[in-house]
Design a protein around this ligand. Structure first.
Ligand SMILES: [Zn+2]
Length: 203
């Protein structure tokens, strides 16, 4: 778990390391003359994983986040959709984030893979040059769970039911577009099977 922390202090110069909310990785933030209290403040900027009422584990912020701020980057191994389908053929759980036209995906491998879906989310995702960022769409209080709308579009026979508990819950994590096409496909399949049974009864 990427917990923000202060690593080294030399004289009055502190080398401050903290996991930036931006990409969740530890990196040196330079040498500062900063009072200890200020470091405490900096190091409180972090995300943490703990159990969630929505689903299993969730990602929480330990500090307040302003609307419009970048919260984290969805990082992991990029791979083709075919590669991912092959690799996770028998897996019930995957953390694949589709890029562009969907032919490439990011196989989530950081804290952001624990961010749960909500139909009334406090964040949204945006893709910029093949990278995916999670951005706050409203002010988020310290301690709140970070969520975004998964807008699932691929999942085979999986119902992908939603348990987010919001008033506006649509009971599924599929996008409105995907639901429409699934309904259409189900209608077509129904018609085809009706035609088949008609043909069968004529015989
Ligand atoms: Zn929901």
């Amino acid at each position: 778990m990427h917990q923000a922390r202060t690593i080294a202090a030399a004289g009055s110069n502190f080398t401050v390391y903290f996991s930036t909310l931006y990409n969740g990785t530890m990196r040196p933030y330079g040498k500062f003359h900063i009072p200890y209290q200020r470091i405490r403040l900096l190091t409180r900027m972090a995300l943490m994983i703990r159990s969630s009422a929505i689903h299993a584990a969730g990602c929480y912020t330990t500090s307040r986040i302003r609307k419009g701020s970048r919260v984290a980057e969805y990082t992991g191994h990029p791979m083709t959709k075919e590669e991912a389908d092959k690799r996770y053929e028998n897996s019930l759980v995957t953390y694949l984030f589709g890029l562009g036209d969907g032919s490439m995906v990011i196989d989530g491998h950081s804290m952001t893979m624990f961010v749960n879906h909500s139909c009334d989310s406090n964040c949204e995702t945006e893709e910029i040059d093949g990278r995916v960022f999670i951005t706050a769409i409203r002010d988020i209080k310290a301690g709140e769970e970070i969520t975004y709308d998964y807008c699932l579009y691929d999942g085979g026979d999986d119902d992908a039911n939603c348990n987010c508990g919001s008033i506006s819950c649509r009971r599924t994590m599929y996008s409105a577009k995907e639901l429409k096409s699934r309904k259409k496909n189900a209608r077509l399949a129904g018609k085809k099977s009706a035609e088949r049974s008609k043909r069968a009864s004529k015989r």
